[in-house]
Design a protein around this ligand. Structure first.
Ligand SMILES: Cc1ncc(C[n+]2csc(CCOP(=O)(O)OP(=O)(O)O)c2C)c(N)n1
Ligand SMILES: [Mg+2]
Length: 1003
């Protein structure tokens, strides 16, 4: 039966042009195969076939204008596909419904039995009644289990709300461990050996820092952070973290930046780092040193994640876990139950990035994510929350966001005391003491704790009356107790349906004694004198003689010692060493040139923006079988701004639960389609989140051994300026992918004004050594650059990433000049020459949309003033500068050799006249190449705050329109004594240029 295929609902558009016909008569096509590509003045979108069959008739051709309902083609099929499709869709809906119910099934928790009798207080007007309620609850728990008890409590609470009761805040639980002692899963490890190993690691980490500072106190380093976190890491290393190997993808661990010394110290015992290397901690200039913090750029075989800029690790970890699920849901990776562990400091949680994305983690049910917050109660200067309790605050935040929270506050030595606390008074005291006091208690010793902590209530004082001060001092914190930490990690590993945060209480500078245990200056402590070192050795029983301690020797037991054998065996069982960075990904073959061919031709009269050209390019790339599955379009809620809404339907928006609703615009061609296997990462309004996604995708080649091609498109003003530190970290992590700064340039975004108009993102991009950046004007430039980016990054696996600006100004695009490719990539090529009169010549340079003003100015200069120009399209001032710097350096190093020419010099050597460079960016952008040419150099740019107006007026305001270019060029020629000044003066008058106008940076 023959069926008609017509243009579906295309939203507000009418009479849009067909720019591609993707089928021909006789083609057998499937449902959703694209038939034509339509292009409005803002975006291009493919029209998919609603049915499958054979094309029998095509009713349109390229250039036709169509609207909703226009007939596109006729198609013959045997079965009534639409009916089949309806059926299929229905069954999908049913399946989804089932899935939903299944995933939301109530998970019955283990029998938790821990209900405290509250101490009688003034609020308790009837303690007997209270007791009865609590006994009833205990009876239910005892007889019917915790699920029933929870149900009843929920019911009672709901009733209370219905009755209008104001209930107490339930964000937090008491200040005790979440897992009751009786439910703790016991560690199978040999605690004696583990304790020794931990002691050696502690010692070596501290010794390494102290040694470096003997060489020079400039080197710095940190002892206190790792001292507080050693147990948290060791338990993970000995029992939980599975390394990447041929059978398993590996868990991903984001180490807290300042704990790096501990990781080196462990790697030393494992035999992965030598003593010589430890001795080169923070001395990296000659190769072989160890970086201060986790820096994959500097130690590419060791570190995976740059975390030391606080806040970046946590959010990058969240999006890493999300991206892992994305790869699995898209069928690109096996689900092996891999986990992402993120370690952060309690002070670090002040960073908005640390907690800013925790709700996403819960919303997306990232049960592959485990945060460990090392709550040593201190940051750099002092307490994190002296007057409050960081652990409780964090618990509230994470619980509120929907995380599984496991508090590890008290160590095993507290267990008997808590057990003996029949009235709950101890717990009450634990709740009421603030962190500032807790910190002081660990700094001041057992007697102080007896007095200040237990002494507040006579009952509590009595509770510890049989304990010595030393016993009291030994009452440990949960984060230093391997049993408690093990139990929490075990529970975190088992937990399903939401991310877990382990909030562990520790002591900063644990074991450092007077030199730095729990004192405000601990963070900066990097030197230990002889007495401090001897104390540290004794504290952890490190088998070194006094002499060895004085020499600050490392301690490494022999290879056949039980400690080394144990440690290696544990790692063997867990698949290998951690951290370790490697890549087994296969390169992606760059697509054939013909995918980009259409962009090399002139668009004729047709106008479009470079953003549209890029989106079209991506659409074409989605037809390349190698590239298509690996593309990861990332957008922070601006797809429609950039004309990318066509992607929604075509490749779907990633949504881990699929789409549970029928979208309002389901009839439309660009309807909002969310799907579990969706390819687009529609991030919502979070540039930090989008950038974290991009970094995860851009480093998938090492973290997941699969090369991905992330393309993150954003308002250029909200790029490097907003998330510059992430971009820097991306460079460190050796990210490979595209950042597209759309609506770039100070004057292209006319109406949006000061906060939106970007005149400096390229300057910021230029500061990142491995960022390659371009400011193209024409679609063929964009195509040449993008293709080369694919080739360099994803086929040749160069560790660079691309920043390309794209504009939203529509104009027609010329054909690519013959042989321009090399220049486009190196940063400049001759776009056009004026050779009319041949007397006076200028070198006119422009980039981005302002190149077009330069082209227009060149025409006026030639026709009206007899000034000829060579017009250079500068695709990258940044790349030219790099080449200029490098060449200059080489020449300076080799004064006796023949001078080598930079690429700029080569281009300009046979060309006359001063240079006039004009861009939509601050002058510093074009000024970058000033030192690398002998010619007089004048730059025009858009220095100053942007503001709202038309493009024409803005260009006039910033003096980068064709009129200003003409007038300033004539003036420059006068200054160079190549022309009388009268021409310039006339031009200033003719164009009404107000010489009294204040310099735009002051306006
Ligand atoms: C973005 C950023 N700001 C400031 C610093 C400097 N800094 C390094 S560590 C530190 C204190 C860290 O405290 P916390 O997070 O509690 O970690 P701890 O060392 O106590 O485990 C500060 C302020 C940094 N590394 N990154
Ligand atoms: Mg801290």
């Amino acid at each position: 039966m023959v069926q008609n295929i017509s243009v579906p609902d295309i939203g507000d558009f009418d009479s849009v042009e067909i720019i591609e016909v993707l089928v021909k008569v006789g083609d057998q096509i499937n449902i959703d195969d694209p038939i034509v590509t339509l292009e409005s003045d803002k975006s291009s979108v493919e029209v998919p076939s609603p049915i499958s069959g054979r094309i029998t008739e095509l009713n349109i051709k390229i250039g036709d204008k169509v609207s909703k309902g226009s007939l596109l083609a006729k198609l013959e099929n045997e079965l009534p596909d639409i009916e089949k499709e309806v059926k299929k869709n229905n069954s999908v809906v049913e399946e989804k419904a089932l899935e939903t119910i299944d995933s939301e099934k109530i998970i019955t928790i283990k029998n938790i039995k821990k209900v405290f009798v509250q101490p009688s207080s003034k609020d308790d007007t009837d303690p007997l009644e209270t007791k009865e309620w609590i006994e009833s609850l205990n009876a239910v728990i005892e007889n019917d289990g915790s699920a029933r008890a929870s149900y009843l409590l929920n019911k009672v609470v709901s009733e209370a709300y219905s009755a209008g009761l104001v209930l107490p805040d339930t964000r937090t639980t008491p200040y005790i461990n979440t897992i009751p002692t009786e439910l703790e899963v016991k560690s199978p490890g040999d605690q004696n050996i583990e304790k020794k190993i931990r002691a050696y690691i502690r010692w070596n980490a501290a010794a390494m820092v102290v040694k470096a500072n003997k060489i020079s106190s400039e080197l710095g380093g940190h002892i206190g952070t790792f001292a507080s976190a050693a147990t948290l890491y060791d338990v993970g290393m000995n029992h939980f973290w599975r390394a990447k190997n041929k059978d398993f993808g590996g868990d991903l661990i984001y180490f807290q930046g300042h704990s790096a010394p501990g990781m080196y110290a462990r790697a030393f015992l494992e035999g992965r780092l030598s003593e010589k290397q430890l001795n080169r901690f923070r001395q990296e200039v000659d190769s072989g040193g160890l970086s201060s913090y986790p820096h994959p750029w500097l130690m590419p075989k060791f570190w995976q994640f740059p975390t030391v800029s606080m806040g970046l690790g946590p959010i990058m970890g969240i999006y890493q876990a999300r991206f892992l699920k994305y790869l699995i849901n898209r069928g690109l990776l096996k689900d092996e139950g891999r986990k992402v562990w993120v370690f952060l400091g309690d002070g670090e949680t002040d960073e908005p990035e640390s907690l800013g994305a925790i709700s996403l983690a819960a919303r997306e049910k990232l049960d592959n994510l485990i945060f460990v917050v090392n709550c040593n109660l201190q940051r750099l200067d002092g307490p994190v929350r002296g007057n409050g309790k960081i652990i409780q605050e964090l618990e509230g935040n994470f619980r509120g966001a929907g995380w599984n929270v496991l508090k590890v506050i008290w160590g095993s030595y507290w267990d008997p005391l808590l057990k003996a606390d029949k009235t709950g008074l101890l717990m009450k005291r634990m709740n009421e003491v603030v962190d500032g006091e807790y910190q002081a208690m660990k700094a001041k010793g057992g007697a102080y704790v007896r007095e200040k902590f237990f002494g507040k209530y006579p009952e509590l004082k009595k509770l510890v009356s049989s304990m010595t001060d030393n016993d009291i001092w030994k009452l440990n914190r949960g984060g230093h107790d391997p049993h408690k930490v093990y139990a929490a990690y075990h529970a975190a590993m088992q937990h399903k349906g939401s991310p877990t945060v382990v909030i562990a209480k520790t002591v900063k500078g644990y074991g450092m004694g007077k030199s730095g245990e729990s004192i405000n200056t601990t963070h900066q402590q990097k030197k230990l004198d002889e007495q401090d070192l001897l104390y540290y050795r004794d504290r952890f029983n490190v088998p070194l003689t006094d002499e060895q301690v004085k020499n600050i020797e490392y301690y490494k037991p022999p290879e056949n010692s039980e400690e080394i054998k144990y440690l290696k065996e544990r790692r063997k069982q867990l698949g290998g060493f951690i951290p370790e960075r490697s890549s087994l990904s296969k390169p992606i073959k760059a697509p054939p040139k013909d995918i980009f061919e259409s962009f090399m031709k002139s668009t004729g009269e047709k106008e479009m923006s470079t953003t549209m050209a890029l989106v079209r390019m991506l659409t074409n790339l989605l037809r390349d079988e190698n590239v298509a599955p690996r593309l990861v379009p990332i957008i922070p809620d601006e797809a429609r701004t950039f004309g990318m809404e066509g992607f929604f339907r075509k490749i779907g928006i990633y949504a881990h639960e699929g789409q549970k609703y029928e979208p309002e615009d389901s009839e439309q061609l660009s309807s909002y389609k969310e799907t579990k296997s969706g390819q687009v990462l529609e991030e919502g309004i979070t540039e930090a989140g989008a950038m974290s996604s991009w970094i995860a995708a851009a480093t998938a080649y090492t973290n997941h051994d699969i090369e991905m091609i992330p393309v993150y498109i954003f308002y250029s003003m909200f790029g490097f300026q907003r998330v510059g530190d992430f971009a820097w970290a991306a460079g460190d992590a050796q990210a490979r992918g595209f950042l597209i700064g759309a609506t770039a340039g100070r004057t292209t975004l006319a109406g949006e004004g000061l906060q939106h108009q970007d005149g400096h993102s390229h300057i910021l991009a230029s500061m990142i050594p491995n960022c390659v950046s371009y400011d193209p004007t024409f679609s063929y430039e964009m195509a040449v650059i993008f293709r080369e980016g694919l080739r360099r990054m994803h086929e040749k696996n160069e560790n660079v990433f691309y920043y390309i600006t794209a504009m939203n100004e529509n104009y027609s695009h010329p054909e690519k000049p013959e042989g321009a490719d090399e220049g486009i990539l190196k940063g400049m090529y001759l776009f056009k020459e004026y050779k009319n009169k041949g007397k006076i010549k200028i070198q006119l340079m422009g980039s981005g949309t302002i190149l077009r003003e330069a082209i227009a100015a060149a025409k006026i200069l030639s026709e009206e003033y007899g000034v000829d120009s060579d017009i250079w399209s500068i695709t990258s001032f940044n790349e030219l500068r790099k080449n200029g710097m490098e060449t200059e350096r080489k020449n300076l190093l080799n004064p006796s050799n023949k001078k080598e020419k930079s690429y700029i010099e080569k281009c300009l050597e046979k060309r006359d006249g001063p240079i006039i460079a004009v861009t939509d960016y601050v002058r510093a952008f074009s000024d970058q190449i000033r030192p690398y040419t002998d010619k007089p150099f004048y730059s025009l740019g858009t220095d100053g705050f942007g503001r709202s107006d038309t493009r024409k007026n803005l260009r006039k305001f910033f003096e980068v329109d064709k009129e200003h270019i003409v007038a300033y060029t004539l003036s420059a020629l006068a200054k160079e004594q190549l022309l009388g000044s009268d021409s310039a003066e006339k031009a200033f008058k003719k164009y009404n240029i107000d010489k009294k106008k204040v310099f735009p940076t002051k306006l």
